[in-house]
Design a protein around this ligand. Sequence first.
Ligand code: R5P
Length: 307
Amino acid sequence: MNDLVVTYGSGAEGLARKVAQISGARLAEVDRRIFPDGEQYVRVCGDVCGKDVAILQSFALSPDRLLVEYALIADAVSGMGCRRVIGAFPYIAYARQDERFSEGEALSAKVFATLIEASGTDAVYTVDMHLHRFRDISEIFRIPATNLSAMRLLAEEYSRHLPPGRILVVGPDRESSQWVKAVADVIPSSCAVLEKERLGDREVRISEISDSMCSTALIVDDMISTGKTILEVLGKLKASGVERVDALVTHVILVEGAYSRLKEAGLNSLITTDTIANEYASVSIAPLLADALMLDAAGKPCPPTFL
Ligand code: R5P
């Protein structure tokens, strides 16, 4: 038994159980309900007094409700006298609006971080946060924050079933170059990083792919939401003669039938994690988070970006 207690919001209950089991930390259960008017109620069960409490929460699909739920849990454990509140967020929402692209827009990534800080959080751990215009997580959070990466684990999983021949690792846009590099460090490959122009919430335009000379391609990105980004790259690869296309992605949100559309378009396989609970995950990030939290509880936090 150590000084770490793990608890959870409804976005990461399953992962919290795994992290607690791996780290040997005690799991504090949470009672939750929704009042008839839509407000949320939480109650954390068990003693957390004097402990470091890691609250696992993944902010996909209902980010606003999950953020309020997180803030309620953070307040609950603070009120119970915990030593520190650690936000352990497998998936952070609002990170893609990392610039005021037009006059009058909110800088959502910063707002989200400010709300996490205001809820009494002492430190943050997350996984493959969408870092683009902010190059480092420390530019977004003012509290200690660490961005872990699942890319190596995903690449190792892909390596276990490596197809014959040279593989082309493809990133859809400039920000994906960091993930392409991490994957190419594990898989002997050629690399291509394309240009993406976003035309709307569900439309993107991808630059042309020059003849790849590879029969297999692996598209690498941080997340799939509508699937349009992967779909466009997949189409370009197929048109350039690539026979087999796989996708390797940390976070899958997969809204509006995205998975079926990708399969119909000829995607061979999707290699992904459980940062957001989903049926396709073949890699669990629980050991990654458990290791980071155990180091933190031992007073040896990982560096800000920990691949
Ligand atoms: C944005 O730049 C991200 O890295 C992803 O490429 C994007 O969010 C994927 O979204 P969608 O699946 O809706 O194209």
